[in-house]
Design a protein around this ligand. Structure first.
Ligand SMILES: C[S@@+](CC[C@H](N)C(=O)[O-])C[C@H]1O[C@@H](n2cnc3c(N)ncnc32)[C@H](O)[C@@H]1O
Length: 278
């Protein structure tokens, strides 16, 4: 099997367990691929007598030979690279091989969650809390460099920082239930930023600056991850178009439907299956 955008290799782990349950009546050889080289670490750890391999690859430009695999799968993955990447993935199947995908659903629960989280993380920039922290660090550096300590300037910058921080705290309190996964992360970050700004004269300016820049990057990486999940969400029209393309490329039994949560009954993903004509 080929698992595209394998991440930590959850699908491959399930496939290995399934093969073991079948008393290894078939020899499973799994290849996991992902854009991120870190993703492969866990997949490789779970490797079983060389039956699992990991390849760093962009799903938009897959390096695998055509018509090779019996199963091509992806769970919340290949659609990040667009529907052309899904067609490329399907092209790796041998005749009679099966395509099995779970994809992000536009309008589903996961999309609501990602939108709420991306919006709240976007508030960090809107409030200007990092810009205010940088201004305070500049002011502390001037003092530590021996320039005259302008207490009025310091106080004004502190007030600006506190106003931005409190605005972000208000956004966190007002955020919807879906964004609650982000609030502990932001609360920790704000608490640490607050302490750093309050004790800014006690730190070497380059260390303090590095730390704030690192925090700002972390927030942006988190926001982009949520945004890319939103962009990967597929509409019913996308799935209809994919079905047409697969059928035109010689796929049979192309079926798709929404996956509904057993606990709360809401749809949260698409499931698509297709078989390459033998
Ligand atoms: C939501 S995670 C899903 C991981 C895994 N399939 C699972 O179900 O746990 C999305 C994965 O897609 C990968 N990814 C995003 N864009 C990609 C691309 N263009 N090509 C390959 N992998 C990509 C990310 O690195 C990440 O590991």
């Amino acid at each position: 099997m080929l698992d595209i955008a394998t991440g930590p290799g959850i699908l491959i782990e399930h496939a290995l367990a399934y093969a073991a349950d079948q008393d290894d009546r078939f020899a499973l050889h799994a290849v996991g691929s992902d854009l991120s080289e870190h993703a492969g670490a866990k997949t490789l750890r779970s490797s079983d007598e060389g039956r699992v391999n990991f390849v760093v690859a962009d799903a938009a430009q897959p390096p695998f030979p055509e018509s090779t695999f019996d199963l091509v799968a992806s769970q919340f993955g290949v659609e990040y690279a667009g529907l052309d990447a899904v067609m490329a993935a399907a092209g790796h199947l041998a005749p009679g091989g099966r395509l099995a995908l779970v994809m992000h659903l536009a309008g589903g629960d996961i999309e609501d969650y990602c939108r709420a989280c991306a919006d709240l993380l976007g508030q960090v920039k809107t409030t200007g809390v990092f810009a205010c922290a940088y201004a305070l660090l500049d002011q502390a550096r001037d003092v530590l460099d021996g320039k005259e300590h302008d207490r009025d300037r310091a106080q004004a910058l502190e007030q600006e920082f506190v106003a931005a921080r409190d605005q972000l705290l208000r956004s966190m309190h007002a955020a919807s239930q879906e964004a609650m996964a982000v609030t502990p992360f932001l609360a920790r970050m704000l608490n640490d930023l607050n302490q750093l700004c309050a004790r800014r004269y006690a730190y070497a300016p380059p260390d303090a600056l590095n730390w704030v820049q690192h925090q700002e990057r972390e927030v942006e990486v988190y926001r982009r991850r949520m945004q890319s999940m939103l962009e990967a969400a597929q509409t019913p029209e996308d799935l209809g178009a994919l079905q047409t393309r697969l059928e035109a490329s010689g796929f049979e039994s192309v079926r798709y439907d929404k996956v509904v949560s057993a606990s709360h009954g809401n749809a949260f993903a698409w499931r698509l299956e297709a078989v390459r004509a033998g």
